[in-house]
Design a binder for this molecule. Sequence first.
Ligand SMILES: C[S@@+](CC[C@H](N)C(=O)[O-])C[C@H]1O[C@@H](n2cnc3c(N)ncnc32)[C@H](O)[C@@H]1O
Length: 472
Amino acid sequence: MKKRDVVELRVESYAFEGKGVARVPTEDGNQFVVFVHGAYPGDLVRAEIRRKRKRHAEAATLEILEPSPLRREPRCPHFGACGGCKQQNLDYEAQLRFKRKQVADSFQRIGGVENAVAPPTIPSENRYYYRNKMEFSFARRRWLSPEEIRSGEDIDDRFALGLHAPKVFDKVVDLDTCFLQSETSAEIVNFTRSHFAERGATIYSTKTHDGRLRHLTIRESEADGERLVALTTNGEDDGLLLPYADELKARFPSVASLVQHIHTGKAQIAIGERERTIFGEGHIHDNIGDRRFRISAASFFQTNTRQAETLYRTALEFAEPTGDEIFYDLYCGAGTISIFFADRVKAGYGFEVVESATKDARANAALNGVENLAFFEANLYKSFLPVVAEHGLPSPDLLLLDPPRGGMHPTTIADVVSLAPPKIVYVSCNPATQARDVKELTGAGYRLEKLQPVDMFPHTWHIENVARLTRE
Ligand SMILES: C[S@@+](CC[C@H](N)C(=O)[O-])C[C@H]1O[C@@H](n2cnc3c(N)ncnc32)[C@H](O)[C@@H]1O
């Protein structure tokens, strides 16, 4: 088997990032593993080998010869081209089973926990329209489907606003429908695209680094029905922005605020060097359970609001606080978990790197009438013990971790070990890095007690998982 070979493969199981796994017998009686993109367990596919390594290969599905019984008809017309929800064609119960297995596999293989088991994944209450935040990209060219290219017609593919096609960075799928956020969100996308296209606005190019428009982010409040729109631009340009602001406000009264992120750097990120509020307060409010939260454009907020309550309840059940604990909330964002835990602990301290998020956290504590919490700006890529010492904070009895996908920095793990909290609850959106970090903690005197996957991201391979560790 070599690169570019086209082979027939029966997919047997499911691997990290939603790839199918096929095993091909070798001449020496062993098995060669092929990771098949775009295939599910039970599929028989014709696939092309795209990359060959010593022990395994990666292949791309060219044709499904026999579909897996787990396949379902996708609901979205952009399915296949759009990278938004790649598993809409997979049975939801199977998605949950695969997520559970991924968690157990990660803890066995990466975490070194023999016989690690995960209970069934808690399903998401909403399977469509579950996201409260979507980030769309402008692109000078829209992605054309193979059918459009084959048609030979002269198609106008200029000026696109949508989501990136998988692994395509300079073109986007020009979305007119999306089942992830609300219908109004799709209407705002369509309005924004036509408004700027009609006025001949320029789009930032990742190749030449010129052009104005970069990203459009829409946040929605389920509780209030309000929206926060953020436009990321290369430079300020009031001539472009202010007429857009007027029309946006007039057409969509639910848009409570418009923010501009000015970003001149090359990295394709929606948050820039500077933020300007064009109208409104620069934030909206939403509820998780019976708590209310202020959310600014740059602050992290769980994207599946309904399921965030389930996630936080799971974390609280794992924490089992008695009311006497000193609680540390690392990577606390806008303070949501601390506020959720506040009436079950003696005092809580949150640590977070984003300034606007720590400000939101303080405002959120006040909004909920909570007085036993304090929040500190701290970069958890460096030791945060100086912050603990500077403020004379008591040692934690209970510590919560909720880092970004990359997991924790070794310095922070060392800090946690030296603080020696008797109980740690680790919430993660990446079981691979979570298992890696847990291995460090179990090597330093902690015992992994239980796991609980929670589905925050239906129709994607993304997994959220909660782990509890206690000090031996
Ligand atoms: C997965 S979010 C969790 C937020 C919060 N626990 C919640 O549920 O809303 C991770 C948070 O880590 C923060 N973060 C990222 N890198 C960080 C760092 N180096 N130091 C401190 N916080 C960081 C992000 O800004 C974000 O708020």
